[in-house]
Design a protein around this ligand. Structure first.
Ligand SMILES: Cc1cc2nc3c(=O)[nH]c(=O)nc-3n(C[C@H](O)[C@H](O)[C@H](O)COP(=O)(O)O)c2cc1C
Length: 312
């Protein structure tokens, strides 16, 4: 049997393989993103950017608690103007490398109008896809909740971004909601081309000797191995609720983890924390393990795995 074919179509964009560097993991450096691409990613996602530069939260911002991370980086980023330059440099490096690795930009705002301006200006950098982060635990709408926590707010952001750009948009959802499927359905109705699930799971850690929360922001977002079952459940529920494709993210550190997210309904698989702990080669390792799994189980194409767990 021939080696499995990993090329994957997502919203009309062809990726050499389904592995995607998740947003925020390597900051905003074009050089680092190019290294992840060379290490075997099918696409790389930039750190989410806002209109103005943000310093983020004071240290400590990231804690390794044993089964993953808790972070409250606070979306530190250099702001839109600088981000456009970084995205352009990244795109150029990816094109020069010639491996067909795609670029995903990521935006977040504190008001619907912010998202419209960000999407409009990001067009200048011509990323292949645009991720719309409405799910960071530290970014809130006027009701002091993330946009991802309510159907009308999530739909309003989606509509505003869709009006501002022709680039396919991926709306990134939060697991910290009562019913992620209804949010997925609302953003699909509002014109989203795809959804990403999931962002981090709300959490907290306390230093019992100092008798206070460890992170300066007190609360943070869990990522890494501990959240994989949450991601699988969310992807599974979203797949039942929508027809648009899903970028599945959460707790993937092996090829078998990636296969699990694909069978839950993901078309692409994001990797974040594993890159944070194992370095830029992590995506290539996961990709190679996925190939081994597919070959051993007789799968010829990635698409053959997508949503398979729904058919039993
Ligand atoms: C340090 C850190 C920073 C992150 N920054 C962002 C960000 O800027 N935008 C975003 O959409 N998600 C961000 N995330 C969430 C990840 O993209 C991903 O959704 C989450 O970590 C789950 O995947 P994982 O278990 O593979 O890490 C961040 C995660 C971590 C650990």
């Amino acid at each position: 049997m021939d080696a499995p074919d990993l090329t994957t179509d997502f919203c009309g964009v062809r990726l050499p393989n389904p592995m995607v560097l998740a947003s925020g993991i390597l900051g905003t450096s074009a050089a680092l993103m190019a290294r992840v691409a060379a290490g075997g990613a099918g696409a790389v996602t930039a750190k989410s950017c806002s209109l103005a530069p943000r310093a983020g939260h004071p240290n400590p911002t990231v804690l390794d608690w044993g089964a993953g991370f808790i972070n409250a980086v606070g979306l530190a980023n250099p702001g839109l103007e600088e981000e456009i330059v970084i995205l352009q440099a990244t795109r150029q490096r990816l094109q020069e490398a010639g491996q067909g690795v795609k670029l995903v930009a990521s935006i977040f705002g504190t008001a619907v109008e912010d998202y419209a301006v960000l999407a409009e200006r990001i067009n200048e950098a011509q990323p292949d896809l645009l991720e719309v982060n409405i799910s960071c635990p530290n970014v809130h709408d006027e009701l002091a909740r993330p946009f991802a926590a309510s159907c009308p707010a999530a739909a309003a952001v989606t509509r505003a971004v869709k009006r501002a750009t022709a680039i396919p948009i991926i709306v990134k959802l939060s697991p910290n909601v009562a019913d992620i499927a209804e949010i997925a359905h609302a953003v699909e109705d509002a014109g989203a081309d795809a959804i990403a699930a999931i962002n981090t799971v709300a959490g907290m850690a306390i230093d019992i000797r100092a008798r206070r929360p460890i992170l300066a922001n007190r609360e943070g977002g869990l990522s890494g191995p501990a959240i994989k079952p949450v991601a699988v459940r969310c992807i599974y529920q979203c797949y039942q609720a929508v027809k648009i494709p899903i970028l599945g993210i959460g707790g993937v550190s092996s090829g078998e983890d990636a296969a699990e997210l694909l069978m839950a309904g993901a078309t692409l698989v994001g990797v974040g924390s594993a890159v944070h702990s194992r370095g830029v080669a992590a995506l290539g390792q996961v990709r190679d393990e996925l190939v081994q799994f597919m070959a051993a189980e007789g799968f010829g194409r990635v698409a053959d795995l997508v949503g398979l767990a729904h058919r039993t």
